[in-house]
Design a binder for this molecule. Structure first.
Ligand code: NOJ
Length: 431
């Protein structure tokens, strides 16, 4: 495991952190999440996003921190409901706001990576059926076009949609995110609409930002899915099926242009093939999979945390080796890879530090074995609103006191700063 050696990363490697608008900005009252979190029982710890980290107003302060840490990149998202508060009405004031935000990054020498859709939808869209309504494809493309023509000169790296499969699963199968549906049929429609929307957005972004540096992709959550009882053929079969649907289906589709079974029938979708210039990887954990007769509505698949393993605060297994496995597997797409998220929910910063070290060791191992990884964005810069888990989960390198909005960098922030500044990892920094 190279435990004692300094690990050098490739020249020009991007080091940064990632956030999403609704999780950090505060006051996003005009989207489906605001409406959802204000319903009783939807958020585990009973909190709501409210002012979140108030980053809408405090972005300069937060980017000063980023600069002080010596990061050279930062991933953030736009809040669609601010930019298009009513169907077809675009706010020039909010576009100007995001222009200032992006300029604030550039003026500090920080390269932005910009996400267009990170789980939230404008309320008007949600009321029209959200991602189940086929018109969403046209709406999303129009939004992407406006943004790309207004902000394109400030952005090279674009993520159209964050974690499309997780979004679909949580919102349309598990039903724990808005709109709270539990319908496999809807999930298939939503996945297909997300794909079509991504494909068209890919093209409009390229048309609006024709510079050679413009790079467009998605952020794909890959979760290692292993059979709970590897000796049983049924467990192996459901592990393979869920791995295909959850981890590969979307990525395959945007490469081949085809909707594979079981969501499609192999049909070709116009303008879909080769619509990613890079692969964005969000990696956190592994789950074990077993065949379960009691889960017909989930295709007999049951996912569980490996019994007895080390976990984070969300009961996600801490499994650094899986990071290596995921990266090596992505090599087959022959695209540059950016790690668009990786991090650990824990109030214990020593655990966050060891998680960071162990995952970066695996990242380095994958690069040495030929994975073309060009950047790493730690989730997250600051503690923030962790969706259905609420404000109480701690994923930040920087702690936030929500009552005063004071920021306090944790020791992990300083270790990560050394890594970013040196473009290397010295295990002694973690002692
Ligand atoms: C991935 C999501 O993109 C992000 O919004 C979330 O906070 C992290 N996972 C941690 O769960």
């Amino acid at each position: 495991m190279n435990a004692g050696k300094t690990l050098e990363f490739p020249k020009g490697f991007l080091w940064g952190t990632a956030t999403a608008a609704h999780q950090v900005e505060g006051g996003n009252r005009n989207n489906d999440w605001w409406e959802w979190e204000h319903r009783r029982g939807t958020i585990a710890d009973g909190t709501t996003s409210e002012s979140a980290c108030d980053q809408y107003n405090r972005y300069n302060e937060d980017f000063d921190l980023v600069k002080g840490f010596g990061h050279n990149a930062h991933r953030l998202s736009l809040e669609w409901s601010r930019i298009e508060p009513k169907e077809g009405v675009f706010s020039s004031a909010e576009l100007a706001h995001y222009r200032r935000v992006l300029e604030a990054l550039h003026s500090r020498g920080i390269e932005p990576m910009l996400t267009l859709h990170h789980f939230t939808n404008p309320l008007w869209l949600a009321k029209m059926g959200g991602w189940e309504n086929p018109r969403v494809v046209e709406y999303f493309t129009r939004y992407a076009k406006v943004v790309a023509s207004e902000l394109g000169s400030l952005v090279r790296f674009w993520v159209t949609i964050n974690e499309p499969t997780v979004y679909t699963y949580m919102s349309y199968i598990q039903g724990v995110w808005p709109p709270g549906a539990k319908r496999i049929r809807s999930a298939a429609i939503v996945m297909t609409n997300l794909l079509r929307a991504h494909a068209l957005a890919y093209h409009v972004i390229h048309e609006a930002s024709p510079g050679p540096g413009c790079s467009v992709g998605i952020a794909k959550h890959i979760r290692i899915l292993d059979p709970l009882r590897p000796g049983r053929v049924c467990d192996r079969a459901v592990a393979r099926l869920s791995d295909f649907v959850f981890n590969r289906w979307f990525l395959d589709a945007i490469e081949t242009g085809r909707l594979a079974w079981p969501i499609g029938m192999g049909q070709k979708v116009q303008l879909l093939s080769a619509t990613q210039d890079f692969i964005g990887l969000n990696y956190y954990t592994r789950e074990m999979t077993r065949f379960s007769l009691s889960k017909p509505q989930r295709l007999f698949i049951e996912n569980l945390t490996r019994p007895g393993c080390a976990t984070n605060d969300l009961r996600w297994e801490i499994y650094p080796e899986g990071f290596y496995r995921a990266l090596m597997d992505l090599k087959k797409y022959a695209r540059p890879i950016y790690v668009t998220e990786n991090g650990c929910a824990t109030p214990d910063d020593a655990l966050r530090r060891s998680y960071l070290r162990d995952h970066l060791v695996q990242l380095h191992r994958a690069i040495s074995a030929g994975a073309d990884v060009r950047g790493y964005f730690h989730w997250s810069l600051i503690d923030n609103f962790e969706w259905a888990e609420g404000l109480g989960r701690k994923l930040g390198l920087v702690a936030v006191d929500y009552a005063t909005q004071a920021r306090a960098p944790r020791p992990s922030a300083w270790v990560y700063a050394k890594i970013a500044q040196g473009n290397k990892l010295d295990p002694a920094w973690f002692e």
